[in-house]
Design a binder for this molecule. Structure first.
Ligand SMILES: *Cc1c(COP(=O)(O)O)cnc(C)c1O
Length: 406
Protein backbone atom coordinates (compact mmCIF):
# COMPACT_ATOMS: atom_id res chain seq x y z
CA UNK A 1 0.00 0.00 0.00
CA UNK A 2 1.56 3.33 -0.98
CA UNK A 3 1.43 6.04 1.67
CA UNK A 4 -1.69 8.14 1.16
CA UNK A 5 -1.68 11.24 3.29
CA UNK A 6 -5.07 12.81 2.66
CA UNK A 7 -6.86 10.40 5.01
CA UNK A 8 -4.32 11.23 7.69
CA UNK A 9 -4.94 14.95 7.21
CA UNK A 10 -8.70 14.48 7.38
CA UNK A 11 -8.44 12.45 10.58
CA UNK A 12 -7.02 15.44 12.43
CA UNK A 13 -9.60 17.35 14.37
CA UNK A 14 -8.86 20.31 16.55
CA UNK A 15 -11.98 22.15 17.59
CA UNK A 16 -12.33 25.84 18.34
CA UNK A 17 -12.67 27.27 21.82
CA UNK A 18 -16.50 27.08 21.67
CA UNK A 19 -16.70 23.80 19.77
CA UNK A 20 -16.13 25.51 16.43
CA UNK A 21 -15.34 23.17 13.53
CA UNK A 22 -12.07 25.03 12.96
CA UNK A 23 -9.52 25.59 15.70
CA UNK A 24 -9.46 29.05 17.26
CA UNK A 25 -6.82 31.43 15.98
CA UNK A 26 -4.22 32.37 18.56
CA UNK A 27 -4.25 36.14 18.68
CA UNK A 28 -1.28 36.68 20.98
CA UNK A 29 2.45 37.20 20.67
CA UNK A 30 3.11 36.35 24.31
CA UNK A 31 1.65 34.02 26.96
CA UNK A 32 1.20 34.26 30.72
CA UNK A 33 2.67 31.79 33.18
CA UNK A 34 1.12 30.85 36.52
CA UNK A 35 4.52 30.32 38.09
CA UNK A 36 7.95 31.74 37.46
CA UNK A 37 9.41 28.24 37.60
CA UNK A 38 7.39 27.15 34.54
CA UNK A 39 8.67 30.15 32.60
CA UNK A 40 12.25 29.17 33.42
CA UNK A 41 11.64 25.56 32.31
CA UNK A 42 10.14 26.76 29.04
CA UNK A 43 13.27 28.81 28.31
CA UNK A 44 15.36 25.76 29.04
CA UNK A 45 13.54 23.98 26.23
CA UNK A 46 11.00 22.07 28.31
CA UNK A 47 8.05 23.42 26.37
CA UNK A 48 5.56 20.57 26.56
CA UNK A 49 2.10 22.15 26.51
CA UNK A 50 3.43 25.62 27.28
CA UNK A 51 3.70 28.55 24.94
CA UNK A 52 6.32 31.19 25.58
CA UNK A 53 6.39 33.65 22.71
CA UNK A 54 4.93 33.34 19.21
CA UNK A 55 8.26 33.46 17.37
CA UNK A 56 8.97 30.18 19.14
CA UNK A 57 5.58 28.57 18.59
CA UNK A 58 1.88 29.37 18.67
CA UNK A 59 -1.21 27.13 18.78
CA UNK A 60 -2.25 28.05 15.21
CA UNK A 61 1.22 27.31 13.84
CA UNK A 62 1.28 23.99 15.68
CA UNK A 63 -2.09 22.96 14.18
CA UNK A 64 -0.83 23.71 10.69
CA UNK A 65 2.46 21.95 11.45
CA UNK A 66 0.55 18.89 12.62
CA UNK A 67 -1.38 18.73 9.33
CA UNK A 68 1.84 19.08 7.33
CA UNK A 69 3.56 16.36 9.36
CA UNK A 70 0.55 14.15 8.52
CA UNK A 71 0.94 15.13 4.85
CA UNK A 72 4.58 14.02 4.76
CA UNK A 73 4.42 11.25 7.35
CA UNK A 74 7.15 12.78 9.52
CA UNK A 75 7.24 12.97 13.31
CA UNK A 76 6.58 16.70 13.31
CA UNK A 77 6.93 19.92 11.31
CA UNK A 78 7.78 23.61 11.84
CA UNK A 79 5.97 26.19 9.73
CA UNK A 80 7.83 29.27 8.50
CA UNK A 81 7.04 32.64 6.97
CA UNK A 82 8.11 31.54 3.46
CA UNK A 83 9.56 28.60 1.58
CA UNK A 84 12.95 30.37 1.58
CA UNK A 85 12.57 30.84 5.33
CA UNK A 86 12.37 27.05 5.65
CA UNK A 87 15.21 26.31 3.19
CA UNK A 88 17.70 28.82 4.61
CA UNK A 89 17.01 27.77 8.21
CA UNK A 90 17.57 24.08 7.39
CA UNK A 91 20.81 24.76 5.54
CA UNK A 92 22.23 27.04 8.23
CA UNK A 93 21.20 24.56 10.93
CA UNK A 94 23.02 21.67 9.23
CA UNK A 95 26.12 23.45 7.94
CA UNK A 96 28.96 25.15 9.73
CA UNK A 97 31.55 27.43 8.14
CA UNK A 98 33.64 25.67 5.44
CA UNK A 99 31.20 22.78 5.13
CA UNK A 100 29.99 21.45 1.80
CA UNK A 101 26.64 20.68 0.14
CA UNK A 102 25.84 18.40 -2.77
CA UNK A 103 22.82 19.80 -4.57
CA UNK A 104 20.87 19.20 -7.71
CA UNK A 105 21.75 21.83 -10.31
CA UNK A 106 18.13 22.29 -11.31
CA UNK A 107 16.49 23.84 -8.28
CA UNK A 108 14.43 26.87 -7.43
CA UNK A 109 16.32 30.07 -8.41
CA UNK A 110 16.27 31.49 -4.89
CA UNK A 111 17.73 28.30 -3.39
CA UNK A 112 20.40 28.26 -6.09
CA UNK A 113 21.32 31.90 -5.40
CA UNK A 114 21.46 31.26 -1.64
CA UNK A 115 23.83 28.30 -2.05
CA UNK A 116 25.94 29.79 -4.79
CA UNK A 117 26.24 33.41 -3.57
CA UNK A 118 25.06 33.98 -0.03
CA UNK A 119 26.76 30.95 1.54
CA UNK A 120 30.15 32.34 0.39
CA UNK A 121 29.95 34.49 3.55
CA UNK A 122 30.44 31.28 5.52
CA UNK A 123 32.81 29.63 3.00
CA UNK A 124 30.18 26.93 2.51
CA UNK A 125 30.61 25.47 -0.97
CA UNK A 126 28.03 23.67 -3.04
CA UNK A 127 28.67 21.15 -5.78
CA UNK A 128 25.79 21.37 -8.26
CA UNK A 129 25.30 18.01 -9.94
CA UNK A 130 22.96 16.25 -12.32
CA UNK A 131 20.74 14.70 -9.64
CA UNK A 132 19.46 12.00 -11.98
CA UNK A 133 22.99 10.50 -12.05
CA UNK A 134 23.62 8.78 -8.72
CA UNK A 135 27.31 8.21 -9.56
CA UNK A 136 27.77 11.95 -10.06
CA UNK A 137 26.12 12.62 -6.70
CA UNK A 138 28.32 10.08 -4.92
CA UNK A 139 31.47 11.39 -6.60
CA UNK A 140 30.75 14.91 -5.33
CA UNK A 141 30.48 13.86 -1.67
CA UNK A 142 33.49 14.91 0.46
CA UNK A 143 34.29 14.46 4.17
CA UNK A 144 32.89 18.00 4.69
CA UNK A 145 29.56 17.30 2.96
CA UNK A 146 26.68 17.96 5.35
CA UNK A 147 23.68 17.22 3.14
CA UNK A 148 22.34 16.06 -0.20
CA UNK A 149 19.75 18.55 -1.43
CA UNK A 150 17.21 18.16 -4.21
CA UNK A 151 13.64 18.78 -5.34
CA UNK A 152 11.45 15.71 -5.94
CA UNK A 153 10.33 17.20 -9.25
CA UNK A 154 12.67 20.05 -10.11
CA UNK A 155 11.99 23.66 -10.91
CA UNK A 156 11.72 24.47 -13.76
CA UNK A 157 13.02 21.49 -15.75
CA UNK A 158 10.84 18.84 -14.08
CA UNK A 159 13.70 16.39 -13.51
CA UNK A 160 12.58 13.55 -11.28
CA UNK A 161 14.91 12.69 -8.37
CA UNK A 162 15.38 9.03 -7.45
CA UNK A 163 14.64 9.59 -3.78
CA UNK A 164 15.20 5.97 -2.70
CA UNK A 165 18.56 5.89 -4.47
CA UNK A 166 19.62 9.23 -3.01
CA UNK A 167 18.47 8.18 0.46
CA UNK A 168 20.64 5.06 0.24
CA UNK A 169 23.64 7.23 -0.65
CA UNK A 170 22.87 9.65 2.17
CA UNK A 171 22.69 6.75 4.61
CA UNK A 172 25.98 5.31 3.35
CA UNK A 173 27.77 8.60 4.06
CA UNK A 174 25.74 9.34 7.22
CA UNK A 175 24.43 12.68 5.94
CA UNK A 176 20.81 13.81 5.67
CA UNK A 177 18.84 13.89 2.43
CA UNK A 178 16.86 17.14 2.23
CA UNK A 179 14.04 17.22 -0.32
CA UNK A 180 11.99 20.22 -1.45
CA UNK A 181 8.61 18.67 -2.36
CA UNK A 182 6.84 21.90 -3.40
CA UNK A 183 5.93 20.64 -6.91
CA UNK A 184 4.43 17.34 -5.80
CA UNK A 185 2.51 17.41 -2.51
CA UNK A 186 0.50 14.18 -1.94
CA UNK A 187 1.77 12.60 -5.15
CA UNK A 188 5.33 12.13 -3.87
CA UNK A 189 6.01 11.28 -0.20
CA UNK A 190 9.80 11.76 0.13
CA UNK A 191 10.02 10.79 3.81
CA UNK A 192 8.48 7.41 2.99
CA UNK A 193 11.10 6.93 0.32
CA UNK A 194 13.87 7.66 2.79
CA UNK A 195 14.34 11.46 2.87
CA UNK A 196 15.29 12.84 6.29
CA UNK A 197 13.92 16.37 5.92
CA UNK A 198 11.10 17.49 3.63
CA UNK A 199 10.55 21.16 2.80
CA UNK A 200 7.66 22.93 1.10
CA UNK A 201 6.88 26.39 -0.08
CA UNK A 202 3.28 26.46 1.13
CA UNK A 203 2.85 29.50 -1.11
CA UNK A 204 2.20 27.17 -4.06
CA UNK A 205 -0.11 24.13 -4.28
CA UNK A 206 -0.62 23.55 -0.57
CA UNK A 207 -2.23 26.92 0.07
CA UNK A 208 -3.37 27.18 -3.53
CA UNK A 209 -4.85 30.66 -3.29
CA UNK A 210 -1.86 32.86 -4.20
CA UNK A 211 -2.75 35.12 -1.27
CA UNK A 212 0.30 34.66 0.97
CA UNK A 213 3.81 33.24 1.28
CA UNK A 214 4.66 30.51 3.79
CA UNK A 215 6.82 27.41 4.19
CA UNK A 216 7.43 24.31 6.27
CA UNK A 217 10.18 21.99 7.45
CA UNK A 218 8.98 18.42 8.09
CA UNK A 219 11.30 16.12 10.00
CA UNK A 220 12.12 14.40 13.27
CA UNK A 221 11.16 15.85 16.65
CA UNK A 222 14.85 16.27 17.46
CA UNK A 223 15.62 18.28 14.34
CA UNK A 224 12.50 20.46 14.55
CA UNK A 225 13.19 21.18 18.24
CA UNK A 226 16.78 22.05 17.41
CA UNK A 227 15.51 24.57 14.83
CA UNK A 228 13.43 26.19 17.58
CA UNK A 229 16.18 26.20 20.20
CA UNK A 230 16.40 29.63 21.83
CA UNK A 231 20.22 29.53 21.91
CA UNK A 232 21.14 27.82 18.65
CA UNK A 233 18.06 27.30 16.49
CA UNK A 234 18.18 28.81 13.00
CA UNK A 235 14.37 28.89 12.87
CA UNK A 236 14.11 30.73 16.17
CA UNK A 237 17.07 33.07 15.67
CA UNK A 238 16.61 34.03 12.01
CA UNK A 239 13.01 34.85 12.84
CA UNK A 240 11.08 33.72 9.76
CA UNK A 241 7.94 33.09 11.79
CA UNK A 242 4.56 32.60 10.17
CA UNK A 243 1.70 34.74 11.45
CA UNK A 244 -1.08 32.82 13.23
CA UNK A 245 -3.83 34.35 11.13
CA UNK A 246 -2.10 33.03 7.99
CA UNK A 247 -1.41 29.63 9.52
CA UNK A 248 -5.11 29.31 10.14
CA UNK A 249 -6.11 30.29 6.59
CA UNK A 250 -3.55 27.90 5.06
CA UNK A 251 -4.85 25.03 7.21
CA UNK A 252 -8.38 25.61 5.88
CA UNK A 253 -7.13 25.61 2.29
CA UNK A 254 -5.24 22.35 2.91
CA UNK A 255 -8.60 20.60 3.41
CA UNK A 256 -9.16 20.65 -0.36
CA UNK A 257 -5.57 19.86 -1.43
CA UNK A 258 -6.37 16.28 -2.54
CA UNK A 259 -9.19 17.42 -4.83
CA UNK A 260 -7.16 20.25 -6.29
CA UNK A 261 -4.06 18.12 -6.95
CA UNK A 262 -6.11 15.56 -8.87
CA UNK A 263 -7.63 18.29 -11.05
CA UNK A 264 -4.31 20.10 -11.65
CA UNK A 265 -2.78 16.77 -12.72
CA UNK A 266 -5.71 15.74 -14.89
CA UNK A 267 -5.70 19.06 -16.74
CA UNK A 268 -1.92 19.18 -17.14
CA UNK A 269 -1.82 15.62 -18.50
CA UNK A 270 -4.57 16.45 -21.00
CA UNK A 271 -2.76 19.50 -22.33
CA UNK A 272 0.66 17.81 -22.35
CA UNK A 273 -0.64 14.83 -24.33
CA UNK A 274 -2.46 16.98 -26.86
CA UNK A 275 0.38 19.46 -27.36
CA UNK A 276 2.81 16.59 -27.79
CA UNK A 277 0.57 15.10 -30.47
CA UNK A 278 0.57 18.50 -32.18
CA UNK A 279 4.35 18.19 -32.40
CA UNK A 280 5.23 20.77 -29.75
CA UNK A 281 8.19 20.32 -27.40
CA UNK A 282 6.44 19.54 -24.14
CA UNK A 283 8.06 18.39 -20.92
CA UNK A 284 5.74 16.70 -18.42
CA UNK A 285 6.58 13.76 -16.14
CA UNK A 286 3.30 12.09 -17.15
CA UNK A 287 4.45 11.67 -20.75
CA UNK A 288 6.22 8.44 -21.72
CA UNK A 289 8.76 10.64 -23.55
CA UNK A 290 9.90 12.20 -20.26
CA UNK A 291 13.24 10.70 -19.08
CA UNK A 292 11.94 10.44 -15.50
CA UNK A 293 8.54 9.02 -16.42
CA UNK A 294 8.97 5.44 -15.23
CA UNK A 295 10.77 6.53 -12.05
CA UNK A 296 7.97 8.99 -11.29
CA UNK A 297 5.40 6.27 -11.91
CA UNK A 298 7.21 3.97 -9.50
CA UNK A 299 7.62 6.45 -6.66
CA UNK A 300 4.35 8.39 -6.78
CA UNK A 301 0.92 7.87 -5.23
CA UNK A 302 -0.86 7.34 -8.52
CA UNK A 303 -4.29 8.79 -7.73
CA UNK A 304 -2.82 12.33 -7.51
CA UNK A 305 -1.25 12.15 -10.94
CA UNK A 306 1.94 13.69 -12.29
CA UNK A 307 1.33 17.20 -11.00
CA UNK A 308 0.22 20.53 -12.41
CA UNK A 309 3.46 21.81 -13.92
CA UNK A 310 4.51 21.40 -17.54
CA UNK A 311 6.89 23.27 -19.81
CA UNK A 312 6.63 24.12 -23.45
CA UNK A 313 9.57 25.23 -25.61
CA UNK A 314 8.30 27.53 -28.35
CA UNK A 315 11.73 28.24 -29.85
CA UNK A 316 12.56 31.80 -28.81
CA UNK A 317 12.00 34.26 -25.99
CA UNK A 318 10.19 36.59 -28.39
CA UNK A 319 7.65 33.92 -29.35
CA UNK A 320 7.29 32.88 -25.72
CA UNK A 321 6.52 36.45 -24.68
CA UNK A 322 4.01 36.98 -27.50
CA UNK A 323 2.27 33.71 -26.71
CA UNK A 324 2.02 34.48 -23.00
CA UNK A 325 0.61 37.96 -23.70
CA UNK A 326 -1.91 36.53 -26.15
CA UNK A 327 -3.04 33.79 -23.77
CA UNK A 328 -3.49 36.37 -21.04
CA UNK A 329 -5.60 38.53 -23.38
CA UNK A 330 -7.81 35.51 -24.06
CA UNK A 331 -8.17 35.02 -20.28
CA UNK A 332 -6.56 31.57 -20.43
CA UNK A 333 -4.30 32.40 -17.54
CA UNK A 334 -2.02 35.04 -16.11
CA UNK A 335 1.52 36.03 -17.01
CA UNK A 336 2.83 35.61 -13.49
CA UNK A 337 5.45 33.69 -11.56
CA UNK A 338 4.50 31.19 -8.85
CA UNK A 339 2.28 28.14 -9.13
CA UNK A 340 -0.60 26.18 -7.70
CA UNK A 341 -3.30 28.80 -8.32
CA UNK A 342 -6.84 27.93 -9.56
CA UNK A 343 -6.01 29.92 -12.68
CA UNK A 344 -3.26 28.84 -15.07
CA UNK A 345 -0.05 30.84 -14.53
CA UNK A 346 2.79 31.07 -17.04
CA UNK A 347 6.24 32.62 -17.12
CA UNK A 348 9.53 32.26 -18.98
CA UNK A 349 11.84 30.91 -16.27
CA UNK A 350 15.07 31.94 -18.02
CA UNK A 351 14.20 35.60 -17.55
CA UNK A 352 12.23 35.33 -14.31
CA UNK A 353 12.34 32.70 -11.58
CA UNK A 354 15.61 31.15 -12.75
CA UNK A 355 17.32 34.39 -13.81
CA UNK A 356 19.68 33.95 -10.83
CA UNK A 357 21.30 31.14 -12.80
CA UNK A 358 24.01 32.47 -15.18
CA UNK A 359 23.16 32.17 -18.88
CA UNK A 360 25.84 29.63 -19.78
CA UNK A 361 24.74 27.41 -16.91
CA UNK A 362 21.11 27.71 -18.02
CA UNK A 363 22.11 26.45 -21.47
CA UNK A 364 24.14 23.59 -20.01
CA UNK A 365 21.18 22.34 -17.97
CA UNK A 366 18.78 22.61 -20.89
CA UNK A 367 17.00 25.79 -19.83
CA UNK A 368 16.39 27.41 -23.22
CA UNK A 369 15.04 30.94 -23.57
CA UNK A 370 11.91 29.88 -25.46
CA UNK A 371 10.84 27.79 -22.48
CA UNK A 372 7.49 28.61 -20.87
CA UNK A 373 6.61 27.12 -17.51
CA UNK A 374 2.90 26.50 -17.04
CA UNK A 375 1.19 25.92 -13.73
CA UNK A 376 -2.04 24.45 -15.05
CA UNK A 377 -5.18 25.66 -13.32
CA UNK A 378 -8.42 24.03 -12.26
CA UNK A 379 -10.26 24.74 -15.55
CA UNK A 380 -13.58 22.93 -15.67
CA UNK A 381 -13.47 22.43 -19.45
CA UNK A 382 -9.85 21.70 -20.33
CA UNK A 383 -10.70 20.76 -23.91
CA UNK A 384 -12.00 24.28 -24.46
CA UNK A 385 -8.80 25.69 -22.93
CA UNK A 386 -6.74 23.46 -25.23
CA UNK A 387 -8.57 24.67 -28.33
CA UNK A 388 -8.14 28.30 -27.35
CA UNK A 389 -4.43 27.88 -26.54
CA UNK A 390 -3.96 26.16 -29.88
CA UNK A 391 -5.63 29.00 -31.67
CA UNK A 392 -3.21 31.47 -30.00
CA UNK A 393 -0.33 29.30 -31.26
CA UNK A 394 -1.75 29.26 -34.78
CA UNK A 395 -2.10 33.03 -34.78
CA UNK A 396 1.56 33.43 -33.80
CA UNK A 397 2.80 30.82 -36.26
CA UNK A 398 4.08 28.55 -33.47
CA UNK A 399 1.74 25.92 -34.85
CA UNK A 400 0.92 25.75 -38.54
CA UNK A 401 -2.27 24.01 -39.59
CA UNK A 402 -1.12 20.46 -38.94
CA UNK A 403 2.49 20.93 -38.11
CA UNK A 404 4.66 22.77 -35.70
CA UNK A 405 7.10 25.41 -36.82
CA UNK A 406 9.60 26.06 -34.11
C1 LIG B 1 8.53 29.06 -4.67
C2 LIG B 1 9.48 28.01 -4.35
C3 LIG B 1 10.36 28.14 -3.26
C4 LIG B 1 10.42 29.39 -2.42
O1 LIG B 1 9.26 29.57 -1.67
P1 LIG B 1 8.73 31.00 -1.15
O2 LIG B 1 7.50 30.65 -0.42
O3 LIG B 1 8.53 31.87 -2.35
O4 LIG B 1 9.81 31.55 -0.25
C5 LIG B 1 11.20 27.09 -2.99
N1 LIG B 1 11.20 25.96 -3.73
C6 LIG B 1 10.38 25.81 -4.78
C7 LIG B 1 10.43 24.55 -5.57
C8 LIG B 1 9.49 26.82 -5.14
O5 LIG B 1 8.70 26.67 -6.20
Amino acid sequence: MPFNASDKIQELHNFGEFGGVNPSISDSSTYTFLSAKTMFDTFEGNTEGCYLYSRHSSPSNLYLGEALAALEGTETANVTASGMGAITAVILQLCNAEDHIVSSRTIYGGTYAFMKNFLKKFKINTSFVDITKLEAVEKAITPRTKMIYCESVSNPLLEVADIKGLAALAKKYKIPLVVDNTFSPLSVAPAHLGADIVIHSLTKFINGSSDCVAGVVCGTKDFCLALKDVNNGAGMLLGSTLDSLRASSILKNMRTLHIRMKKHSENALYLAQHFEKDGLRVVYPGLASHPGHSLMKKQMVSEYGYGGIMTLDVGSLEKANLLMEQMQKMNLGYLAVSLGFYKTLFSAPGTSTSSEIPLEEQTEMGLSDGLIRFSIGLDNDIHRTYKMMRSCMHQLGILTKNKVSV
